[in-house]
Structure formats: structure tokens, C-alpha cells
Design a protein around this ligand. Sequence first.
Ligand code: G3D
Ligand code: MG
Length: 189
Amino acid sequence: MSTEEAKELEEFREFVYKIVILGESAVGKTSLLNRFCEGIFNEDYKPTLGANIIRKDVNLEESNTKIRLIMWDLAGQEKYNVIRSMYFQGCEGALFVYDVTRYNTFDSVKTRWLRDFKKYIRKEGVYVLIGNKTDLADERVVPTEKGKDLAEKINASHFIETSAKLGENIEDAFLLLVKQILSNHGVIV
Ligand code: G3D
Ligand code: MG
């Protein structure tokens, strides 16, 4: 083995993080995950659990780092109340999603989803706020500014608007969260 190769091996880092994707019904959570996973949808459906667990490996080549993301998605909101504590167990971060065409989905980020997250996560968790369905411009009722304001107010590490339909900003949304989690763990990328 050359010194170069040895160095490369030594510096290669791997992490496994669990994240959750939260928000009201039909805001586009599953669609965002589907897009992010681009057909390599590794789904471990647990009907009795009320959650879909999806795995994806993210490679940050520039920093020789591989992150295995274990992503929990709600499979039907009904079961959520029952499995809530399990849903958040060991979770490092969250994506809070609302639909820019429905105000109630925006409001409930703070009143419902963030509250649960804070209640069940014992350690410091990080989260990104996502306004989805930007392609429905004519139906939009939540302006970008409002999203930014909310993100600031709730201390989200980032705010981003996406369209799962058009595939806009999806990768960025997940990467923002991943990088924030790494930084939270003191990993420099
Ligand atoms: P959920 O997992 O949060 O419940 P889904 O939401 O991903 O199941 O999406 C709910 C509906 O919204 C779906 O429509 C889906 O196609 C649509 N949707 C998701 N993201 C977008 C988006 O960015 N733009 C638009 N225009 N629609 C989106 P259906 O009709 O299949 O129920
Ligand atoms: Mg869904």
C-alpha cells in the first residue's frame, strides 16, 4: 500500500444518522423522499409500525465522508400518535415540511410538529424548514418571507423552498440537514 492509499483509508469517515420527515398530511413528505432517493427507493415498510423506513447513502466526496441516512416517513397519520416516541428515538434531525398552498400546514409546523420534536428528542436536534409545492405559483398563500421568518423564529438551521413535482432543491434540502448534523457532531466537512 502506498502512503497515499494509506492516508486515504485513514481519512475515510462513515456515519449513520436517523432523521425524520414531519408535516401535515399531503404536504409532499413521501414525494420529497422519493425524489431524493431517485428510484433507488429502499423501502422497509412496516405497516404495523405506521412508518416507512428508507435508507440512503450520501457521499460527500470532497471530504471523504459517507453518511448512511435512515429516514423515517409517516405512513398514514393515524398511527403517529401511537408510535410517537419510537418515531423520535435516536433521531438526529428533522425536515419540517409545509405546503405553500395551505396555511394550516404552515401553522402546524410550530404548533404540532416542532413541539413533538422538542418533547421527544432529549439531545440537541437540528432541523430544516421546507416550503414545498412552489410549482403551484397561482395557488400559493404562504410567501417566501413568511417561511424565512418562521425558520428564524423556531431556530431552524436553514429554510428552503422545494418542488417535489419538478425536483427542485430536493438534494440541497437533505444536504443542508446532513451537513448541519455533522457540524453538530463536531465533524468538519
Ligand atoms: P405526504 O407524504 O406528505 O402525505 P405526498 O404527501 O408525498 O403523498 O403528496 C401528496 C400529494 O401532493 C400527491 O398528490 C403529490 O403528488 C402531491 N405533491 C407532492 N409534492 C408536490 C409538489 O411539489 N408540487 C405539486 N404540484 N404536487 C406535489 P396526489 O394527487 O397523488 O395525492
Ligand atoms: Mg406520505
